[in-house]
Design a protein around this ligand. Structure first.
Ligand SMILES: C[S@@+](CC[C@H](N)C(=O)[O-])C[C@H]1O[C@@H](n2cnc3c(N)ncnc32)[C@H](O)[C@@H]1O
Length: 386
């Protein structure tokens, strides 16, 4: 028997995205719904003729109103259902990551793991969860049980994305040490950004390590110095790490020291737009640009594009001949095509010969659902500048 008690009906034509297995439903698609549907309630989605299409969680009455959990309406959103999703997510990481060298990884990547609105990063024995689906609050005890039993987790931290509130659900281990490709890091879970560390850049940091030898590296928007540590491990001559947040810079210094790489490292608290403007030509021959998402909405794309172009132009003008520029955008609203156009415009204005030598993206533990292109959010290019 189905557990669902509440129903929603879509406007004619609006069922297409659901038939194509996209897990998001927006308010404009809803024709009518049962009375008294509250955020977090399970809902059965129908087309306008009453055909059952999917099961999901109601999120509220504006914008993204429903996160779909399954397109098989015969399934119940029960303990077995969620344990199956958690197990599949764990199996993917188990298959693709070497846990001897890396015990910091993303266990659940929302839509990429069929769990829209749930992110869970693992730092050794500590889990850092970000929840943006109110319906999954009811599932938290099942998830915590899974983490303890099957992932050997001893501490669990939860941040509710809607309210911003956070708390420890199990144990307490704020400054959590963990390994990334054998390098040591500490995740500041209580006070850091996102879940405490940007795990999505792990594979790209490895590329930086491979090309860093004898180079003078600028890690701009460095946060806790992920790229800086890898560059130093790769034999960089000097590394300069710049971030606007004082706390980020002190975490960066701590991570650099923990790996024994203090010599040759300079840490600077500064606005990267100003910093990039005042660097001298040829100061650096490897530059990393990993800014925060400049486009938080589709309306902000134009302004964001100007921001990306500005920093890339400044870096391209300054970088030494034969230098490598690692440039990223984590804005969901800037797609690969637009990002490449921005880079083209910056290169043209800089008057430099610029070659794409590697296309970069998020790590394998951040899988992209083919049905939800938005789960691919991190775009990057490694550019050789002549
Ligand atoms: C996406 S994170 C960088 C992650 C980092 N590269 C890593 O691998 O962990 C963006 C960083 O940019 C910093 N930031 C934001 N605006 C900035 C600005 N105008 N100048 C310098 N840093 C800035 C934030 O404090 C944050 O640490």
């Amino acid at each position: 028997m189905k557990q669902v008690i509440k129903s929603i009906y879509l406007k004619p034509g609006k069922e297409r995205a659901i038939i194509n297995r996209h897990p998001w439903l927006f308010s404009g698609a809803v024709l009518k719904k049962d009375a008294n549907i509250n955020a977090g309630d399970e809902v059965l989605i129908h087309d306008h003729q009453g055909h059952e299409l999917a099961l999901g969680h109601w999120c509220g009455n504006d914008g993204l109103v429903c996160r779909i959990m399954t397109f098989d309406v015969n399934l119940g959103l029960n303990e077995d259902f969620f344990n199956d999703r958690f197990n599949k997510a764990r199996a993917l990481r188990h298959a693709l990551l070497s846990q001897q060298k890396t015990n910091g990884y993303r266990l659940i990547h929302g839509e990429g793991d069929g769990l829209s609105g749930l992110v869970c990063d693992i730092f050794a024995e500590t889990a850092s969860i970000q929840l943006s689906n109110p319906g999954l609050k009811k599932v938290l005890s099942i998830f915590c049980d899974f983490l303890v039993r099957h992932v050997n987790i001893k501490n669990i931290h939860l941040t509710d994305a809607a309210s911003g509130e956070s708390s420890w659900l199990l144990g307490h281990n704020n400054n959590t040490p963990f390994l990334e490709n054998s390098l040591s890091f500490v995740a500041d879970i209580d006070n850091g950004q996102k879940t405490g560390h940007f795990l999505d850049q792990r594979d790209n940091r490895q590329s930086v390590k491979e090309w860093a030898q004898h180079r003078d590296v600028l890690d701009s928007f460095c946060y806790s110095g992920g790229f800086s540590v890898y560059a130093l491990a790769g034999g960089a001559r000097t590394v300069t790490s710049v971030d606007i947040a004082e706390k980020a810079i002190s975490s960066c210094q701590q991570n650099v020291r923990a790996n024994g790489f203090d010599a040759g490292h300079h840490a600077v608290v500064a606005d990267c737009f100003s910093y990039l403007r005042q660097i001298k030509k040829d100061d650096f021959d490897l530059i990393i640009l990993d800014p925060p998402a400049f486009a938080k909405s589709s309306q902000a794309v134009e302004r964001a594009a100007r921001g990306y172009k500005d920093i890339n132009l400044l870096a391209m003008k300054a970088i030494r001949s034969g230098g490598v520029l690692f440039t990223f955008s984590c804005s969901q609203h800037i797609d690969d095509d637009l990002f490449q156009k921005i880079i083209f415009a910056a290169a043209k204005d800089a008057g430099r010969e610029v070659k794409i030598v590697k296309k970069l993206t998020q790590g394998v533990d951040h899988p992209v659902s083919v049905y939800c292109p938005q789960s691919h959010y991190l775009k990057g290019l490694a550019l050789y500048v002549e």
